[in-house]
Design a binder for this molecule. Structure first.
Ligand code: ADP
Ligand code: ADP
Ligand code: ZN
Length: 214
């Protein structure tokens, strides 16, 4: 199964992708996480991506397409994947179509997580993750059961993204509306676009996605 989660920054893509990974054994492919790993490792792609990400703009379609194509060739992806953060432009969507047909893979569904822009700054600026296992949390909306201790792995160190500032969210949101939102009619025309209410509580969004998949 190949699923795309499509939504604005802070819509809940990563949160739901982590749950689908756990419940369905799918592999979460987060292009944002891959780029942050490349930045941290100081690779050539990382060096090119760093300033682009800090400005809330998009890394080039060529780089992104190459990263995803190589990742899809890894054997673990045979179990099925959730694309979290890719495609983000029509050029990436076209490239995805042709790489999937080359690889004899098929796209099952595109799930739009619909949100109002007004909630996204608070979502993004309150976001943090476990430094050890990557589990996602929020200052107000998703706290660990015991303060300062990761529910998933017991880790006590957390990190915040340097691009999760109110300022950057505004430019990322503009980028989303200009370059990524046009993918909605693109997939609607193909008859594979589905929607969930990204404004609902996290567990309710999970239920809506599960209902679509069953
Ligand atoms: P968000 O949580 O805002 O959806 P991501 O973690 O998916 O953010 O992405 C962080 C940044 O990485 C983006 O603002 C962009 O600069 C870059 N990025 C991630 N995925 C892509 C992609 N498919 N194409 C171009 N740039 C990307
Ligand atoms: P994305 O990957 O789309 O950028 P995330 O899944 O990282 O978004 O969610 C952004 C922040 O908002 C996280 O801190 C997460 O815990 C929180 N969050 C996710 N979904 C919801 C929701 N439905 N309601 C409230 N907060 C949410
Ligand atoms: Zn953890």
């Amino acid at each position: 199964m190949i699923l795309i989660l499509l939504g604005a920054p802070g819509a809940g893509k990563g949160t739901q992708a982590q749950r689908l990974q756990a419940s369905h054994g799918l592999i979460q492919l987060s292009t944002g996480d891959m780029l942050r790993a490349a930045v941290a490792a100081g690779t050539e792609i990382g060096l090119q991506a760093k300033s682009v990400m800090e400005r809330g703009e998009l890394v080039s379609d060529d780089i992104m397409t190459r990263i995803i194509s190589e990742r899809l060739d890894q054997p673990d992806c045979e179990k099925g994947v959730i694309l979290d953060g890719f495609p983000r432009t029509e050029a990436q969507a076209d490239a995805l179509d042709s790489m999937l047909s080359d690889k004899k893979m098929a796209l099952n569904a595109v799930i739009e997580m619909k949100t109002d822009d007004g909630v996204l700054v608070e979502r993004v600026t309150g976001r943090y993750t476990c430094a050890k296992c990557g589990a996602g949390y929020h200052d107000s909306f998703l706290k660990p059961a015991k303060e300062g201790v990761c529910d998933k792995c017991g880790g006590g160190e957390f990190s915040r993204r340097s691009d999760d500032t109110a300022e950057t969210v505004k430019s990322r949101l503009q980028t989303y509306h200009n370059q990524t939102a046009p993918l909605l009619p693109y997939y609607k025309d193909k008859g594979i676009l589905k929607q969930v209410d990204g404004m609902a509580e996290i567990d309710e969004v999970t239920r809506q996605i599960e209902a679509l998949l069953s």
